[in-house]
Design a protein around this ligand. Structure first.
Ligand code: AMP
Length: 220
């Protein structure tokens, strides 16, 4: 059996940050649907253009497109021991699709971790995000600034902001989270898979809580 972790939480709750820590610790594939869609930016196809347009507005990509992309990705060899899903599933239909997909491989979700954060903090954290140019490091101008303002600590290059981290798109994504994605909390709770973690703590404290929650699940 593989280990399949769903990381849930509003934008800014720290899903990406925690996924990177977990990936190192557990040796699993980090599958971020948002990252896969952003990678389509360089493509010039009708689908890629539609995806870019929806993303820029903070809207969701249609389920068929998203589910198909996940299906293809988890068939690759680096997903063999399991996957950390970051930003997927985002609604009930995607959650049901994922359950069915994993069942085809005699697999199932190990745990669904919800990183809990209130709306105002979520907006500030998301709008304040800045990335190194290689996207390997993420800072926050309010909560986790670089040593020198606007500059990456490691390569010394100017930091960049994701183009969908503008106020309007951020608020739209956060609203969609509370209307469409938050109901998934009950979906996973009903299945006994939910682990609730307070995301309004230091990165390391959240990471310890996440790892403890997964360890408990694996021992059950
Ligand atoms: P994220 O980086 O997870 O905030 O995702 C960025 C954007 O990618 C979202 O605002 C959506 O447009 C798109 N996206 C990512 N994951 C999904 C998903 N599971 N379903 C639909 N759209 C998604």
């Amino acid at each position: 059996m593989g280990t399949y972790i769903v990381l849930m939480g509003v934008q800014g709750a720290g899903k990406g940050t925690q996924a990177v820590i977990l990936k190192e610790k557990l040796g699993l594939l980090h599958l971020s649907t948002g990252d896969l869609f952003r990678a389509m930016k360089t493509e010039d196809t009708p689908l890629a253009r539609r995806v870019q347009d929806l993303m820029a507005k903070g809207e969701l990509i249609p389920d068929e497109v998203t589910n198909e992309m996940v299906k293809e990705r988890i068939q690759k060899p680096d997903a063999a021991s399991g996957v950390i899903f970051d930003g997927y599933p985002r609604n009930r239909d995607q959650a049901q699709y994922l359950d069915t997909l994993l069942a085809q491989y005699q697999e199932r979700i190990t745990a669904a971790i919800i990183l809990e954060l209130d709306r105002e903090t979520a907006i500030k954290r998301t709008e304040g995000r800045r990335y190194s140019q290689d996207k390997q490091r993420v800072y926050n101008i309010y909560f986790n600034p670089p040593q020198v303002e606007g500059v990456d600590d490691v390569d010394g290059l100017p930091l960049i902001q994701r183009d969908d981290d503008n106020r309007e798109a951020v608020e739209r994504r956060i609203d969609l989270y509370f209307t469409q994605t938050a109901p998934l909390i009950d979906y996973y709770r009903e299945r006994g898979l939910l682990k609730e973690i307070d995301a309004d703590q230091a990165i390391n404290a959240v990471a310890e809580a996440v790892i403890a929650a997964i360890d408990t699940t694996l021992m059950e």
